[in-house]
Design a protein around this ligand. Structure first.
Ligand code: C2O
Ligand code: CU
Ligand code: CU
Length: 476
């Protein structure tokens, strides 16, 4: 842990870790061999951080989800090279939430995050009384979930074949906090789990093996209005959810995920609304892994495997000495009204045909995806936005697959998905949203970003971001 407000030094370093016994994988981390320490900040304070690059290529440190101005945001323009230090002073002006930090180098975010340049941030708000379990490491646990691929000798690998470039890189082994399928001992009673999907591309559909209900209490940007009961939870890349699970029955249980293969990544565009998961679901059209293979032919139309992926298991110990024994009916969520939009902007996530012609798709490192037909260019500003004005952004894709859309610098409300209004309150404050059809979000920016250090919007499938599915904007 890093104490809020202190001088906090992070060193990006190389390391090795035996994810699989007896096989040392080469890893990177911020001050540790793999991933970075939990950063814990308090609203209203200033966090002085200094990040030193002890690797041999440029990196950044982006505070994903945090409301800070562009020059502190750690986007691609804020790269620092080997031997250099970046020391931002971050004013913590964000509701209590679970956030994400990671490197954000244009064209190299996928491999750098995969190697380990990522971590979790927790924001505490001294202005609210947290009615949920919040004793860190006792009844409040971070779960950084990632999928990785290992070679025959057990070493972690990252290499992009054509299917990985198209659909994002997926592994078949799951790590939680850098450990393959860990076992966690939790106290009998209510336990809060802060889940971050820090995978490059994989989508999870979490549930417990005994089918028990749990409650979601927070999404990307902070607490929901009230706990939401559910038995399964879907998280796309970079999404966060805090859940509270009742372990008072003391029975051991595992957390698993439906294995959403590429079939589950197809969107509704051609299959009808929501067709992706409906028609290509577990026993969908294209059959299971056995027949088609997870990296199926035909543009990756392999379906989902019927076997759930094992994430981790829980053993239940003694009851926690303190902590709430029941869930509150409402939560102290931060809900500034956005009002009516004064402007609408449209974004289409698509292939970039000129890039494909240049051979990007077949193995070159050219830009082959874009937004509104243009791949990301580091010195082009795509949108100019006025601070304090509420806007409606309509995001869609003309590709036959599911994407996500992430916006820097603010949190937003999702108001319509696939042509239907959705209950924004149940979804909460977001900074990443799944895009399987027309998706409308309402947002307003209070933090500024200049042309030198603009904010980004992009697909958070990191392999898509790396090949150009990103744009940038100023807020003045
Ligand atoms: Cu998680 Cu633009 O980043
Ligand atoms: Cu971000
Ligand atoms: Cu994408």
């Amino acid at each position: 842990d890093i104490a809020p407000g202190a001088g906090n030094a992070l060193d990006a370093i190389r390391g090795t870790r035996d994810f699989i016994a007896g096989a040392a994988s080469e890893t990177w981390g911020y001050s540790q061999e793999y991933l970075g320490p939990l950063l814990r900040f308090r609203r209203g304070r200033i966090a002085n951080i200094s990040v030193t690059n002890r690797l041999d290529e440029p990196i950044t440190a982006h505070w994903h989800g945090m409301h800070v101005p562009g020059y502190l945001d750690g986007g691609p323009q804020l790269a620092f090279g080997p031997g250099e230090t970046w020391a931002p002073e971050l004013p913590i002006d964000h509701p209590a939430a679970t956030l994400f930090y990671h490197s954000h180098i244009h064209g190299r975010t996928g491999p750098q995050v995969y190697r380990g340049l990522a971590g979790m941030i927790i924001i505490d708000d001294p202005g609210i009384k947290d009615p949920l379990p919040h004793d860190y490491g006792v009844n409040d646990f971070p779960l950084i979930v990632q999928d990785r691929r290992f070679d025959r000798s057990g070493r972690m690998i990252y290499g992009l074949g054509m299917m990985d470039r198209m659909h994002g890189f997926r592994g078949d082994q799951i790590l939680v906090n850098g450990v393959v399928r860990p076992k966690l001992t939790v106290p009998a009673g209510l336990v809060r789990l802060r889940i971050l999907n820090a995978s490059n591309a994989r989508v999870y559909d979490f549930r417990f093996t005994d089918g028990r209900q749990f409650h979601q209490v927070a999404s990307d940007g902070g607490l929901l209005d009230r706990p939401l009961a559910m038995a399964s939870l879907q998280l796309d890349g970079a999404e966060r959810a805090e859940i509270v699970v009742d372990f008072s029955d003391r029975s051991p249980v595992s957390l698993v995920s439906r294995d959403i293969g590429m079939g589950g990544m197809m969107n509704g565009g051609m299959m009808g609304d929501g067709g992706g998961s409906m028609m290509m679901g577990d026993r969908g059209m294209m059959g299971d892994r056995g027949r088609m293979g997870d990296r199926g032919m035909m543009m990756g139309m392999g379906g989902n495997s019927g076997t759930p992926l094992e994430i981790m298991s829980f053993d239940v110990g003694e009851a926690a000495p303190a902590g709430p024994t029941r869930l509150p009916t409402s939560l102290p969520s931060d809900a500034p009204a956005l009002g009516d939009p004064v402007r609408r902007r449209d974004f289409t996530l698509n292939m970039h045909t000129r890039g494909m012609m240049r051979g990007g798709m077949m193995g070159g490192d050219g830009q082959m995806m874009g937004i509104n037909g243009e791949p990301y260019v580091m010195d082009r500003i795509d949108e100019t936005i006025r601070a304090g004005e509420t806007e409606l952004w309509r995001i869609n894709t003309d590709m036959m697959m599911r994407h996500t859309f992430h916006v820097h610098g603010t949190s937003f409300r999702v108001v319509r998905q696939n042509g239907r209004p959705v209950d924004s309150a149940r979804i909460g404050w977001k900074d990443v949203v799944r895009v399987q059809g027309p998706t409308e979000i309402l947002l307003r920016f209070d933090k500024l970003a200049s042309e030198e250090t603009p904010f980004m919007y992009h697909c958070h499938i990191l392999e898509h971001e790396d090949v150009g599915m990103m744009g940038q904007f100023t807020v003045t």
